[in-house]
Design a protein around this ligand. Structure first.
Ligand code: TXA
Ligand code: MG
Length: 338
């Protein structure tokens, strides 16, 4: 298959919408990461998403909508808290999980009775939903297990030849996938941290729970609330190890480390003191920049041929919780405490 590289001209978006309407697959920009979109109501198109990504058959997809008023078509029992969260954060990087309506195919939810829904805050994604007239099922547009794409180039690296088109909307502002909240439990439960923080959500609807899988590997035999949590994720080809400790100790640890193709993923303040090749992912207390640069840095390590990446562990405050959650998975939970 020849994968078209499209831009954001009206004629290109019309073509992308036509492809979606006809059951094709289009990688589209959102404010979080690029999504691999298909008509969520077209069973075959949804099955093709799983094939193109090599995605496990039990890992359900997020449905993207452009208007809050469309939500009751796809989900039922919308609690007042969901309306409040939508008022506060939609369109935006927040996904909510509800009981599904029968119109959502079992292929989207992998047989679950719940469905995840989000209204993205990206003009291109919103236009594609509107122009195609379809709710769009879209997981991140990477090969399963790899690093989520934050640029059209990254989508092409993974999916060229496997999908109909990629729409190039530039790099993603947030850089990490959306915050996911399960609205069917009382109180609601945070399943995946993101740009919208737990504190921001609690300011709107009061206390919520955090799923234990956010910062810990799943215990053996435990069924995850979110199937995606059990898979190794966000992993570049290099082995990643998280290093927990103050700056000077981190610098000394990296500088004393022997071996070939060892790279550092450090804070910007540390870069000059490091004797190994390094990428900085933002200042120590700048979680937003760390989120925006993390995935792009992990892909860059692959390009540079890194074998081992020693990543300085971020703080778990605010959006840092999301950065830490992704890095822990990239590192398969290997942490060295200095
Ligand atoms: O920012 C994002 O959320 C991006 C953009 C494209 O919108 N999408 C994204 O999709 O990250 P994906 O498929 O990479 O991650 C969706 C996660 C998976 O871990 C999946 O298991 C979980 O959401 N999920 C989907 N439906 C669910 C459900 N009904 N119950 C529990 N977890 C669900
Ligand atoms: Mg993903």
């Amino acid at each position: 298959m020849n994968t078209k590289l499209l831009h954001t001209l009206d004629t290109d978006l019309d073509l992308a919408a036509e492809i979606l309407k006809n059951g094709g697959l289009v990688a589209m920009p959102t404010e979080t990461v690029y999504g691999l979109a298909a008509n969520a109501l077209n069973t075959q198109a949804v099955v093709n998403i799983f094939k193109a990504k090599g995605r496990a058959q039990d890992n359900p997809l997020i449905v993207h909508i452009a208007k809050f008023e469309d939500l009751p078509r796809y989900v039922r029992d919308i609690p007042p808290a969901a309306q409040k969260l939508a008022d506060a954060f939609w369109p935006g990087p927040l996904t909510m999980i509800f009981q599904k309506q029968p119109v959502i195919p079992a292929q989207v939810t992998c047989g679950m009775e719940t469905v995840a829904v989000r209204m993205p805050a990206h003009p291109v994604a919103l236009q594609l939903i509107q122009k195609s007239g379809c709710p769009l099922a879209a997981p991140s547009a990477n090969l399963s297990g790899g690093v989520s794409p934050t640029s059209a180039t990254a989508c092409m690296q993974d999916l060229n030849g496997k999908i109909d088109a990629v729409v190039d909307g530039g790099s993603c502002r947030v850089g990490l996938e959306s915050t996911i909240v399960l609205m069917t439990s009382t109180p609601p439960r945070l399943l995946r941290p993101g740009f919208i923080t737990k504190e921001q959500i609690e300011n709107v609807i009061g206390p919520i729970n955090v799923d234990p899988a956010v910062l810990k590997p799943l215990a053996k035999g435990v069924k995850p609330t979110s199937p995606g949590m059990k898979y190794k994720h966000y992993a570049p080809k290099a082995k990643v190890v998280l290093i927990d400790g103050e700056s000077q100790k981190y610098i000394d640890y990296v500088n004393q480390h022997t071996g070939d193709n060892v790279f550092a993923l450090c804070f910007s303040e540390e870069q000059n003191a490091l004797l190994k090749p390094s990428l900085s992912y933002g200042a120590e207390h700048d979680g937003k920049t760390q989120a925006a640069l993390l995935f792009q840095s992990l892909r860059e390590f692959d390009r540079l041929g890194a074998k081992l990446v020693l990543a300085h562990m971020p703080s778990a405050e605010g959006i840092g919780l999301a950065v830490l959650n992704r890095l822990l998975r990239a590192a398969a939970f290997e942490v060295i405490h200095l």
